[in-house]
Design a protein around this ligand. Structure first.
Ligand code: NDP
Length: 489
């Protein structure tokens, strides 16, 4: 069956090309999928434009749009096993993690379905005159290009697709070239739920050839992108000539601050989860561990001891606790950051070399790695390695902890561990990032906004602001008793 979805039709690529998708855990062939080119991207934009300008979706009552999203949530739950398996084969992540993701994805559709169905964003404005009827209404932005990464392929897609549809937009989705399968399944679910033709379009292929035209085409009104900082800058520049609305969810180099009065076992446990979950391929990974001086030695010893036990393996290995990196190129990049860190003076406490286990030789595995005695200027501390690499820095007091935490161009997330509630709130208030966890790491809910300060992005996903991102406010002013004003007399 063809895998591009354009104007409600499944179609092959215009140039007839396909791409092999291989599981990063062992290199096995998952499938060959259609590989779109610029011609397909243009056709998808045309379909989305036509569906927005002439189709029913933008004019469908918000409550009805909301109900469709609730149906999608039910379909995602019905087909959870197939979705989770497809996600794990594409990404190499453990099946159980893909299953968790599926629950979050269904919840995301449910949240925006209910938010859309509730309506309530329009408002009457008191314009100070009984002869005026003044209202602010919220309309869809238009045609949206949705561009997503490979680490949480369907989750990142859901954060865009659900609010975009709830608000009445039409879209063209381009997932990462490495992880297309759950996007294909999602298009089937949207069609089954009854979404009108052309409202949702899918093109598969590389960023340079298929993604780029989606960011510059003048028929596109908005680009919503999740991915790396360098790509984000390119997309912002590509969108500038036609002044598109741009929403960017970029990377992070997130601090995990541990004070000496933190509950030791719990803080160690979460420090491991913060950075080694999904082998560090998480935008909010707690990759910078900042530990109070007096706690440093005991804490790092315990982190190292427990990280050594983390077993690597493929999606269906029940004993594995984390999986491979996404590609050979990505593993090379992670290795280069570790080498640079060591050259700049970091102390290797764990990992730092590819595993020797022959059972892992077919995949892109890299072990949990701990670099101690790091300093703010090191590239492994500053840049997002996006791998299982923990850098450790020491601090003496609260001011130094905050200064180190904020010493980054990023501002996505951060955490503080302490038994002192007042200090926790003081630090949380001073961290320049979009999410702060106190005595926790990684949780999020669809009701709460997610996004970054500084170079971690522009705008917010999830929460009411996540819906507003896909809306334009329009002020409609009606003079109920018009008569000449005679301004120029
Ligand atoms: P990339 O920036 O490499 O790619 C993201 C998407 O952009 C892919 O679909 C890619 O296509 C596409 N793309 C690449 N170049 C262009 C272009 N010129 N025009 C349009 N699209 C383009 O990121 P990764 O896929 O490597 O994902 C990892 C990054 O994502 C990390 O930096 C991570 O922090 C960030 N991220 C941020 C999140 C957040 O919530 N803030 C959440 C998850 C990830 P293709 O790859 O197919 O070529």
């Amino acid at each position: 069956m063809p895998e591009l979805f354009i104007g409600g039709q499944w179609t092959t690529a215009a140039e007839g090309r396909t791409r092999e998708i291989r599981c990063p855990a062992d290199g096995t062939l998952v499938a060959a999928v259609d590989e779109a080119g610029p011609e397909d991207a243009a056709a998808a934009v045309a379909a989305a434009r036509d569906a927005f300008d002439r189709g029913p979706w933008p004019r469908t009552p918000a409550a009805e749009r909301g109900r469709l999203l609730l149906r999608v949530a039910c379909l995602l739950e019905r087909d959870k096993a197939a979705f989770a398996r497809a996600e794990s084969l594409d990404t190499g992540k453990r099946l159980v993690e893909s299953e968790y993701d599926m629950d979050d994805i269904a919840n995301c559709f449910r949240y925006f379905g209910n938010l859309g169905a509730a309506g309530g964003t329009d408002r009457v404005v008191d314009a100070g005159s009984p002869e005026t009827d003044s209202r602010v209404v919220h309309e869809p932005v238009g045609v949206c290009s949705l561009i997503t990464p490979w680490n949480y392929p369907l989750l990142q897609t859901a954060w865009k697709v659900a609010p975009a549809l709830a608000a009445g937009n039409t879209f063209v989705l381009k997932p990462s070239e490495l992880t297309p399968h759950t996007a294909i399944l999602l298009m089937r679910a949207l069609a089954e739920a009854g979404l009108p033709d052309g409202a949702a379009n899918l093109v598969l292929g590389a960023g340079d050839t298929v993604g780029a035209p989606l960011t510059s085409d003048e028929r596109v009104d908005m680009v919503s992108f999740t991915g790396g900082l360098v790509t984000g800058r390119r997309i912002m520049a590509a969108a500038a000539p036609t002044v598109k609305k741009v929403a960017l969810e970029l990377g992070g180099k997130n601090p995990n601050i541990v004070f000496a009065d933190a509950e030791f076992d719990t803080a160690v446990d979460y420090a491991l989860m913060a950075v080694f979950l999904h082998s560090g391929q998480v935008c909010s990974a707690g990759a910078r561990l900042l530990v109070e001086d007096s706690l440093h030695d005991a804490f790092v010893d315990e982190v190292v001891r427990r990280a050594r036990e983390i077993r690597l393996g493929g999606p269906f290995d029940e004993h594995a606790r984390t999986g491979p990196l996404i590609s050979a190129a990505h593993r090379d990049k992670v290795e280069a950051y570790v080498a640079a860190g060591l050259a700049e003076g970091a102390v290797l406490r764990l990992g730092g070399a590819r595993p020797e286990d022959p059972a892992l030789s077919g995949g892109f595995y890299y072990p949990p790695t701990v670099l101690d005695e790091c300093a703010p200027g090191m590239s492994v501390v500053r840049d997002e390695s996006f791998g299982p690499v923990l850098t450790v820095e020491r601090f003496r007091d609260e001011d130094e902890a905050v200064a180190l935490a904020n010493d980054t161009v990023y501002g996505l997330a951060g955490a503080v561990w302490t038994g002192d509630a007042e200090r926790a709130h003081r630090v949380a208030a001073r961290l320049r990032c979009g999410t702060v966890w106190i005595n926790d790491f990684h949780p999020y809910v669809p009701q709460a906004e997610w996004g970054g300060m500084k170079q971690s992005g522009v705008g917010r996903e999830l929460g009411p602001a996540g819906l507003a991102e896909y809306q334009e406010a329009k002020h409609i002013w009606r003079n109920t008793a018009p008569r000449p004003q005679r301004w120029f007399e």
